[in-house]
Design a protein around this ligand. Structure first.
Ligand code: SAM
Ligand code: SF4
Length: 266
């Protein structure tokens, strides 16, 4: 489907949970997160049914995100259900990678072949500072498992202050080259301020070619990360919600005062 600016909208990002085992400084407040009550979270059946309708309407690319997708109970089953949907050309997941050692093999067997792992630094102390509670070694082990199991491509999402010339980013770039991973550099965004930049090595951040819709864990379909607008798929019906959201996709987003990265999925 095309929006009013003639952009072909064919990429669906699904946040399967707003919960996370980390507390990255740029994504989550340290305390006081209001979590979506369990009974409001979309069921697997709803997610799969919605995805099937999106695919029928021309969506070809689907990414599972969060919060941290690997903390959603039964995630391997959900991956299996989505990978069985015919018509998805590109199916991936974005994860912080800390639980990947436990999940890589089962996810791969369930049909997931592409994975993006968030990694901002190779300095263990700095990693623990940024994530507040995370251990770098968990991610590195997770990446190792994912590589051995056969994930391809494995991309590294590296959040930078400005660009990839920063020392931590250079280290991530070098680590990626050494291991056959692809590094992408995401300028740190501020939803309240409306600051966003173009992703280096990726497609994100360029409004004129943006092809995405985002589904939150409680069923709000959002036309843009930098917009407060959203459409409830349960209230409107799945197809109508997709149509309305595409219709209301802004040329370029401004600010988002009601959402955070962890509940929209980045
Ligand atoms: N928990 C998973 C992870 O960290 O990969 C998936 C969800 S996370 C919200 C998705 C992506 O958004 C991650 O790559 C993360 O680095 C990025 N992100 C979060 N907050 C950001 C911010 N303020 N600016 C730029 N990227 C951000
Ligand atoms: Fe969790 Fe990902 Fe947000 Fe970090 S960026 S707090 S890992 S959802």
């Amino acid at each position: 489907m095309f929006d009013q600016y003639n952009r072909r909208i064919n990429y669906l990002r699904i946040s399967v949970t707003d919960r996370c085992n980390l507390r990255c400084t740029y994504c989550m407040p340290e305390v006081g997160i209001t979590q979506i009550p369990h009974d409001q979270i979309l069921t697997f059946e709803e997610i799969v049914e919605f995805t099937k309708i999106a695919v029928r309407l021309g969506f070809e690319k689907v990414r599972i995100t969060g919060g941290e997708p690997l903390v959603r109970k039964g995630i391997v089953e959900l991956v299996r259900m989505i990978s069985n949907i015919e018509g998805i050309a590109d199916f991936g997941m974005t994860t912080n990678g800390t639980l990947l050692s436990n999940f890589a093999q089962d996810l791969f067997k369930a049909g997931l072949k592409r994975i993006n792992v968030s990694l901002d630094t190779l300095n263990p102390e700095k990693y623990s500072q940024i994530t507040r509670v995370g251990k770098l070694s968990d991610v590195l082990e997770g990446l190792d498992h994912a590589k051995k199991v056969g994930f391809n491509p494995i991309k590294l999402n590296c959040v930078v202050e400005k660009d990839s010339s920063e020392p931590d980013a250079l280290a991530v770039k070098e680590f990626a080259q050494r291991n056959g991973f692809i590094a992408r550099f995401i300028p740190k965004m501020d939803l309240d301020e409306g600051t966003h930049g173009v992703v280096e090595g990726g497609e994100g951040g360029n409004c004129s070619t943006c092809n995405r819709l985002r589904l939150t864990a409680n069923g709000i379909l959002k036309p843009c990360l930098f917009s407060d607008s959203g459409f409830n798929i349960r209230e409107l019906g799945f197809e109508k919600a997709i149509e309305m959201t595409i219709k209301h996709k802004p040329a370029c987003g401004m600010i988002n005062l009601s959402g955070e990265f962890y509940n929209i999925g980045g």
